[in-house]
Design a protein around this ligand. Structure first.
Ligand code: SF4
Ligand code: MG
Length: 321
């Protein structure tokens, strides 16, 4: 069946201004030709270091950032040409959960008012008493209590605030939620609870997730498939079990070698990459990874490898894969 979300050759280039006249002196290639699909009820993990373009990709899908080019098709309809009321209607079906729930919750509003707001803005629940009932049941759904609606965001722990942010994302019964590092700001002990909540909600509500994270270990259990990004491009995309057991791209291998494993006998040898991630303003020619790749060859400096399907459903962008 047709995937819920189809992203094709998405690009987002930001102009860089400089000098006294603020002329354009270059471009940041934040997202540089990204394609993927997310099936209905599926979770796609989108992983990479900071600056790789993963958050920008998530925001372009929702058109919170205007893509430079490419196509985003959601539920059979192009998102790119929509404006005004059509875009607002589409956005009811696509929600974002932010990394920092404190920054995304208005500190001067009660939790009840925060959760009722989307019903008012979109006019979906007009009766105040029905709104209160809906808010109460949303709070219970995310593991909080109905009476919490009378409190303010600062009265909650970080994990509870993220539950409130998730409840708000659910108010308009979306099909897709872009989760942008939703547990990165939380204590490790709380991270699993929030991930479990997201999994339970997905099963109950048939939600689809695009789950952005900087750490492969965070998305291992929640993702059906995982895409690894480096400098604005996807370098590997596979079923989660394939990617973790049999990583093909040298960058994925290096990332995975840093993930702690519980069984010491299964411990992978740590692969340390030379240097830092180059600036996305002047990404290296050819394979973006060649400046750090332990097995780079001469052709890697000239020709950019396409993301190609090797074994079934396992895509890799590497000349030597
Ligand atoms: Fe390394 Fe070359 Fe493969 Fe790029 S294409 S990951 S530089 S071997
Ligand atoms: Mg980010």
């Amino acid at each position: 069946s047709e995937p819920l979300l189809r992203v094709s050759n998405l690009k987002k280039h930001f102009p860089v201004l400089g000098g006294l006249l603020s002329r354009e002196i270059g471009q940041v290639y934040a997202v540089d030709g990204v394609s993927f699909t997310v099936g209905r009820g599926e979770t796609l993990g989108l992983v990479g270091e900071s600056g790789c373009g993963k958050s920008t990709t998530g925001r372009c899908v929702l058109r919170l950032i205007e893509p430079t080019s490419g196509e985003v098709v959601f539920d059979g309809q192009s998102v790119m040409g929509l404006g005004g009321g059509d875009l607002r209607a589409m956005r009811r079906n696509m929600q974002l959960v932010f990394q920092d729930p404190f920054a995304s919750l208005n500190p001067r509003m009660t939790v009840g008012a925060i959760l009722a707001e989307p019903f008012i803005i979109h006019g979906t629940v007009t009766s105040p008493s029905e709104r209160e009932d809906r808010v109460a049941s949303l709070l219970v759904k995310v593991g909080l209590k109905a009476e919490h609606m009378r409190r303010y965001p600062h009265e909650f722990s970080g994990g509870q605030r993220q539950r409130i942010a998730i409840a708000r994302a659910l108010t308009l019964e979306p099909k897709l939620i872009v989760c942008d590092e939703p547990v990165s700001a939380l204590d490790v002990s709380i991270q699993a609870q929030v991930i479990n909540l997201l999994e339970d909600l997905q099963a109950e509500l048939n939600l689809t997730y695009l789950f952005v994270a900087h750490d492969l270990s965070v998305v291992e259990h929640i993702s059906d498939r995982v895409a690894v990004m480096y400098l604005g491009r996807i370098v590997e995309l596979a079923k989660a079990s394939d990617l973790y057991r049999n990583p093909q791209h040298p960058y994925t291998r290096a990332l995975l070698s840093a993930v702690p494993v519980p069984d010491p006998k299964a411990k992978r040898e740590r692969i340390r990459l030379k240097g830092d991630v180059p600036s996305p303003m002047n990404p290296p020619k050819g394979c973006h990874f060649h400046t750090r790749c332990p097995i780079a060859e001469e052709r890697c400096k000239q020709t950019s490898p396409e993301l190609r399907e090797g074994s079934n459903g396992h895509f890799v962008a590497c000349h030597l894969a």
